[in-house]
Design a protein around this ligand. Structure first.
Ligand SMILES: [Zn+2]
Length: 275
């Protein structure tokens, strides 16, 4: 068992949803057991009861009552990254607000409103799982480890991003300092296509890091070195939080995305069911 933290007082966030462009509000309340729960019109569901869809530049949860919530990954990442595994979440609007495009604002408020929580059984990886997405040469895997560790690499043809790698053990301290501040990023050349597909309607310079295709960002434009790959690490932590419990394993990802992260979640779940 692992000792975790819990939300001990109400916390709310409001702002624009990055994809819907609509005003959204999310409220976190204390729960009376371990688990991340969603209080929805049709019931009260643990996060692991949701179907997770990562096919359109974000993670969408679909619950058994038909409720859908878009772009949950940075909020769930903040909870998991800070080891807060007891909270009740309710949402007004279609989406979790984008805030500044990172998990920093979520993490700062949650850290202030968290206290000693419940014991929870972590999900321990017993044997390696690996899967790939041949269409873009992406790959994600997890192997046994006593800690929650992530190695993530990205490679973009665009010189503005290029090749980046991040490796580290995820603890509340490393999450707060090295991962939470990393913002959502987009290549300037991708913006038109994203808007045409009906996404990114709430995107703005204060919630997305726009990277020019042919020029690396100036150091002053970034909050952290290699900010894009660190944001990918945040997305991995948030997507793995849909397991509903802390992970003990080492994740290795290369050119992965929400769809691959969530397929890994499904494969981990299946591996836990006794054959
Ligand atoms: Zn993200």
């Amino acid at each position: 068992m692992a000792r975790t933290l819990r939300v001990i007082e109400d916390i709310s966030f409001s702002g624009i949803g990055i994809h819907s462009g609509e005003p959204c509000e999310v409220l976190l309340r204390p729960g009376d057991s371990s688990g991340i729960f969603f209080d929805l019109p049709g019931g009260f569901f643990p996060v692991e009861a949701a179907d997770c869809d990562g096919s359109s530049r974000g993670t969408r949860l679909v619950f058994p009552d038909g409720s859908e919530i878009l772009t949950v990954e940075h909020l769930l990442g903040a909870l998991a990254g800070l080891e807060v595994w007891s909270a009740v979440i309710s949402v007004k609007g279609p989406e979790i607000p984008a805030m500044d495009g990172s998990a920093r604002i979520f993490a700062e408020s949650i850290a202030k409103a968290a206290g000693p929580g419940f014991e929870i059984e972590p999900i321990s990886i017993i044997r390696g799982i690996a899967l790939g997405d041949p269409s873009r040469g992406g790959f994600i895997s997890v192997i046994p480890s006593d800690a929650f560790e992530i190695t993530c690499a990205i490679r973009y043809e665009a010189k503005g991003i290029g090749c980046q790698v991040f490796e580290g053990v995820v603890t509340p301290e490393t999450f707060r300092d090295d991962i939470a501040p990393a913002r959502t990023f987009v290549l300037a050349s991708e913006i038109e296509g994203i808007l045409k597909s009906g996404l990114g309607r709430g995107g703005a310079f204060d919630n997305v890091l726009v990277v020019k295709d042919d020029t690396p960002p100036a150091p002053g434009d970034l909050r952290l070195p290699d900010e894009p790959v660190r944001h990918k690490v945040l997305d991995i932590i948030g997507d793995l939080a849909t397991l509903g419990a802390p992970l003990r394993g080492r994740v290795v990802a290369y050119r992965a995305g929400h769809d691959l992260h969530l397929e890994l979640v499904r494969r981990i779940r299946r591996s836990l069911v006794p054959a």
